[in-house]
Design a protein around this ligand. Structure first.
Ligand code: SF4
Length: 309
């Protein structure tokens, strides 16, 4: 029995060929940045830190896809792809505009999946209609919603400008269409105890969530968080704290929920803190070792689970 349900395992079950996710920047903004809800964005957000295509002048989507395909096909000539609309809020536009943008990926015969990252308050029914229409027998579609925490105080601190109830509403309406939902969370938020992070795991476990991305709190340059961190108002988690919190989280999350990531990954210049002095593989091994040490695994504390998608 694996210690947790790897996304790579799910992809192997879904597709008879190797599949890679190509991150895309389609030129969206976000209601937290354009003043609809807030200006300046979430406290930790500089999209350039986590979305490679947001770092320079934005290339056409066709070019981003072609470059991504070329890169992966050097490693795996027969690979196919999931087009991942990653940067900013990728459902934040009128339905007709969205249809034209998504169509760039949908008409590429090498794209066997589309994953759309967005905010839970950017999913009106007319937008979900467009997203649902992308699904064909040959092409799967995922919707990725940022929750980050189930605690309203933490959502306020992050300046997320949405509530946990917004997340519940979006997840339920999306999953009701048979579209698998990916939840994003951040562990190590200021003021959150281990029990509070377990609360977020319980919150997600009660919803029809298919997959989860776990990040640790990190500080990127040019964010509001950078100022708070430099002034000593917030601290970021230690490696030991993240390992413990992630193991706690996994113990609660049902094994039917696949895990797409267990840490945030940033290139050096985009991460001011924490500097754990450990590579990704070392950190993943530390999390696995912690689960093994406890004699536990994903879902050990929540045995009842829906099916993986
Ligand atoms: S919702 Fe996403 S894109 Fe918008 S400010 Fe927050 S993290 Fe950045």
């Amino acid at each position: 029995m694996p210690l947790y349900t790897r996304w790579s395992r799910v992809l192997k079950d879904l597709y008879p060929f190797k599949v890679f996710k190509i991150p895309l920047h389609a030129g969206f903004t976000c209601p937290n940045r354009d003043g609809s809800k807030a200006l300046g964005g979430c406290v930790y957000c500089d999209n350039r830190s986590f979305a490679p295509n947001a770092r320079g002048p934005r290339a056409e989507l066709e070019e981003q896809l072609a470059k991504g395909k070329e890169r992966y096909r050097r490693r795996e000539p027969g690979a196919k792809f999931i087009a991942y609309f990653q940067a900013y809020s990728n459902t934040y536009a009128p339905a007709e505009e969205l249809r034209a943008i998504y169509d760039v990926a949908a008409r590429d015969p090498d794209v066997v999946g589309i994953s759309i990252g967005t905010r839970p308050d950017c999913a009106p029914e007319e937008v979900l209609d467009v997203v649902e229409a992308l699904r064909t027998p040959e092409r799967r579609v995922w919707v990725e919603y940022g929750l980050e925490s189930s605690h309203e105080a933490s959502l306020r601190w992050m300046n997320r400008c949405h509530t946990a109830a917004d997340f519940t509403d979006a997840v339920e309406r999306t999953a009701a269409r048979g579209l698998p939902v990916v939840a994003h969370v951040i562990l190590g938020l200021p003021g959150e105890t281990r029990e509070m992070m377990r609360d977020t795991a319980r919150f997600i476990s009660a919803l029809p969530v298919a997959s989860c991305k776990i990040h640790h709190l990190y500080v990127s340059p040019h964010t509001a968080l950078e100022g708070q961190w430099r002034r000593g108002e917030v601290r970021v988690p230690t490696l030991e704290e993240h390992v413990a919190a992630t193991a706690d989280f996994l113990e609660i999350l049902p094994s039917s929920v696949s895990i797409q990531r267990l840490i945030g990954e940033l290139p050096g210049p985009w991460c001011l803190a924490p500097d754990w002095g450990a590579g990704k593989d070392d950190i993943l091994r530390a999390i696995e070792a912690e689960l093994a040490r406890r004699g536990t695994r994903q879902g050990a504390l929540t045995p009842c689970a829906a099916g993986t998608r």
